[in-house]
Design a protein around this ligand. Sequence first.
Ligand SMILES: [Zn+2]
Length: 247
Amino acid sequence: MKADPTAQRRLLDLAALDAELARAQYRRRTLPEQTAVEEAETTVAGHRDAVVRAKTSVSDLGREVAKLEQEVTQVRTREERDRGLMDSGSVSAKQMTDLSHELDTLARRRGVLEDEQLELMERLDAAETDLAHEQGELETAETTLTDAAERRDGVLGDLDVLEERRGAERTELAKDLPADLVGLYDQLRARSGTGAGELTGNRCGACRLEMDRSELRDVAAAAPDDVVRCEQCGAIVVRTATTAGTS
Ligand SMILES: [Zn+2]
């Protein structure tokens, strides 16, 4: 293939734009900001579970407290009824003794229930403190996640702008160059990642490998408008003023 040497040299600009676009794509796939978002999401999920567990504890204990309260009320009602009977003076001496025994039993029972109630209230208190703590942790984790997502979106937004700008430049540049030359360049780029490289000294700019003497001789003998290819990587070897000066 033949192509105007100036057009060949502009392939290097195209290659530079493509390299920048490839770097942007790589950056997009390997964003540390994205990793931070995923980590923050895991943390938030962990705290959400902890809040659910703490809420369950609080409501379970609350139910138990209510149940005990009901039992205590029942005992109290019974005690009041017994006392009422004793005070009424309408019961026999035998019934008085029985009622007095029952009141002792009820008082002991109430004592046990009230101790249990106290212990449960303490546990409920602790569970409520725990819930408040977990809710605080969740809020902090959610703020961290929001910040991380904002940072990631900011970086992605910058990449969008860069890709759009460089993409437009690339389209413009490719339009200016001979279609067959750009076609070959694109084909080579799809195959090895780089379509063209500058010959610097005896090194191919695409694969960075040195050319041997016979290859260099062929390159030197080629007409300026010959499209020369690297024997190692296949990329178009672009000869520039630098090339002429150093080889
Ligand atoms: Zn090469």
